[in-house]
Design a protein. Structure first.
Length: 99
């Protein structure tokens, strides 16, 4: 049985969704170390292959969270088929996903 797949989505996949990915990963590992999840992040209007925003990286580091090694990627059609849950970071991104 494959682990549940959860996609975290913001607009650019440079700040909020990568930060949510880092925090969620740590909290899940602390609360349920044996729980297997496949967590990922994407953006509704992401510039493919961009690095996370330096301010997001600094904020995470300040709070003791490592930034996931990642490059920005857009949400693609197959995400709606492969992900078990897609979590939008705000109402605008939810509306974009629904379109």
């Amino acid at each position: 049985m494959r682990p549940p797949r959860i996609l975290l989505v913001c607009q650019g996949n440079l700040c909020r969704s990568p930060m949510a990915l880092a925090v969620t990963t740590r909290l899940v590992l602390q609360a349920r170390p044996k729980l297997r999840l496949q967590l990922d992040s994407a953006g509704t209007y992401a510039a493919a292959h961009a690095r996370p925003d330096a301010r997001a990286v600094a904020t995470l580091a300040h709070h003791g969270y490592p930034m996931p090694r990642m490059r920005a990627r857009p949400v693609v059609a197959r995400d709606f088929l492969q992900q078990d849950q897609i979590l939008a970071m705000d109402q605008d991104n939810l509306a974009a996903l629904q379109r």
